[in-house]
Ligand binder design. Structure first.
Ligand code: ADP
Ligand code: MG
Length: 329
C-alpha cells in the first residue's frame, strides 16, 4: 500500500542528509573509489550521487528498487552485518518519497536506467553512462507535504549534507569524494583526494584535509584494545579548542554513529582536564566482531548497542586517559 510505504520510507529518509547517507553508503558497498555528490537547494530539489563502483545489471535494476527484495541478510543473521547496506530499504524508500532515477552500467556492458516516482517504476531502458552508478533524487517529499514542512532552511539542510559527507570521508581515507552545490552556478564545496599508506597514516592525512591542520597537529594517535573491542583514531589534546564547534566523530565497524553512551565515555575520559562546557575533540573507530554489537537499533542507524556497554565505555575512558597521560596529562 502506497501510503504505508511512504510512512515507512519517512523512517529511513528523514531529510536530504539521510538520503545522501544511504546513497553514499551504497556507493561504498559497491566498491567505489570515487564518489561525486551534487545537491541543489540543500538537497530538497536535487540529490545526485555518481560513483565508479561495480554497477547494477539490467536484470537487477528493478529488484534493487523493490522493498526488501535485495536485503543481504535473512532474519537469522541480523547481528552479522559487515557492509553498510543490510535492509534493502533505501532505494525503495527514496522511490516512495521523491522522483528517483537510477542509471547504471557494469564495466563491459551497456548502461541502463529506470525511473521511480510515487512508488511506481518505469520499465528499464537503454541509457548512456560510464561504468558505475548515478542515482538522482529530485523533489524530495513532493508527495508528502507534512514531511516537506519539517525540512529546514536550504542552508541548514546543506550543512547537514556536508556533515554526513565529511563523516563518511573520515571513515574512508582511500576514497575520492566531492560535494558540489548546483543550486545556481555549480560550486565545489568539499573535495578530498584519496590518501595512501597504512590506515592510521592515511587517516591522519584525511583528518588534516577534513578537520584542518590545527586538529591534526594537536591530536594524539590512539590504539587500544579491551575484550575483543579495538579502538583506533585520534584524540585532541585538552589544550586544543575549536571555539564552539563540536568535533566528535565516532565509528563502529566503519559506520558513523552518534551514540550518547560513546559520547559520554569520551567526555568522561577528559573529565579532569576540561571544564564541563568544553567538548573534547576526537575521531574514534571502534572495531569488533559484529556479534558484539547491534547497529540495527534505529532505522537511521546512528545508535549502537554493545553486548557489554561497560567494556566499550572502559575502552574509551582508559584508552584515552592512557594516551593523555603519555602526553604529560
Ligand atoms: P541495501 O543497501 O540495504 O541492500 P538499498 O535499497 O540501499 O538496499 O540498495 C538495494 C540494492 O541495490 C543493493 O543491495 C545493491 O545491490 C544495489 N545498489 C544500490 N546502489 C548501488 C550502487 N551505487 N552501486 C551498485 N549497486 C547498488
Ligand atoms: Mg543501502
Amino acid at each position: 500500500d502506497a501510503a504505508i510505504n511512504r510512512i515507512a520510507a519517512g523512517e529511513v529518509v528523514e531529510r536530504p542528509a539521510s538520503a545522501v547517507k544511504e546513497l553514499v553508503e551504497n556507493s561504498i558497498d559497491a566498491g567505489a573509489r570515487r564518489i561525486d555528490i551534487t545537491v541543489a537547494e540543500g538537497g530538497k530539489r536535487l540529490i545526485r550521487v555518481e560513483d565508479d563502483g561495480c554497477g547494477i545489471s539490467r536484470s537487477d535494476l528493478p529488484l534493487a528498487l523493490s522493498r526488501h527484495a535485495t536485503s543481504k541478510i535473512d532474519g537469522s543473521d541480523l547481528l552479522n552485518i559487515h557492509t553498510f547496506g543490510f535492509r534493502g530499504e533505501a532505494l525503495p524508500s527514496l522511490g516512495a518519497v521523491g522522483r528517483l532515477r537510477i542509471t547504471s552500467r557494469i564495466a563491459g556492458e551497456d548502461a541502463f536506467e529506470v525511473d521511480v516516482a510515487g512508488g511506481r517504476m518505469t520499465s528499464v531502458r537503454p541509457a548512456a553512462g560510464r561504468p558505475g552508478t548515478v542515482v538522482e533524487l529530485r523533489d524530495l517529499f513532493y508527495a508528502t507535504p507534512a514531511r516537506l514542512k519539517f525540512m529546514r532552511t536550504e542552508r541548514a539542510e546543506l550543512q547537514a549534507v556536508s556533515d554526513v559527507i565529511k563523516r563518511l570521508a573520515m571513515a574512508e581515507p582511500y576514497l575520492r569524494i566531492s560535494l558540489t552545490d548546483a543550486t545556481e552556478t555549480p560550486r565545489i564545496l568539499f573535495s578530498v583526494e584519496p590518501h595512501s599508506g597504512p590506515p592510521l597514516e592515511a587517516l591522519s592525512r584525511r583528518l588534516r584535509a577534513v578537520l584542518g591542520r590545527d586538529f591534526a597537529e594537536n591530536a594524539l594517535a590512539i590504539d587500544a584494545e579491551r575484550e575483543g573491542l579495538h579502538m583506533t583514531g585520534f584524540a585532541a589534546l585538552p589544550t586544543y579548542s575549536r571555539g564552539s564547534a563540536v568535533q566528535q566523530f565516532m565509528f563502529v565497524n566503519g559506520r558513523p554513529v552518534k551514540d550518547k553512551m560513546l559520547i559520554g565515555a569520551l567526555r568522561g575520559a577528559y573529565m579532569d582536564f576540561l571544564s564541563r562546557d568544553r567538548h573534547p575533540a576526537a575521531v574514534l573507530f571502534i572495531d569488533c566482531d559484529p556479534q558484539l554489537v547491534d547497529v540495527n537499533v534505529h532505522p537511521a542507524k546512528s545508535e549502537v548497542r554493545f553486548r557489554d556497554p561497560a567494556v566499550a565505555r572502559g575502552l574509551i575512558v582508559s584508552g584515552l586517559r592512557h594516551a593523555l597521560a603519555g602526553a604529560g596529562h
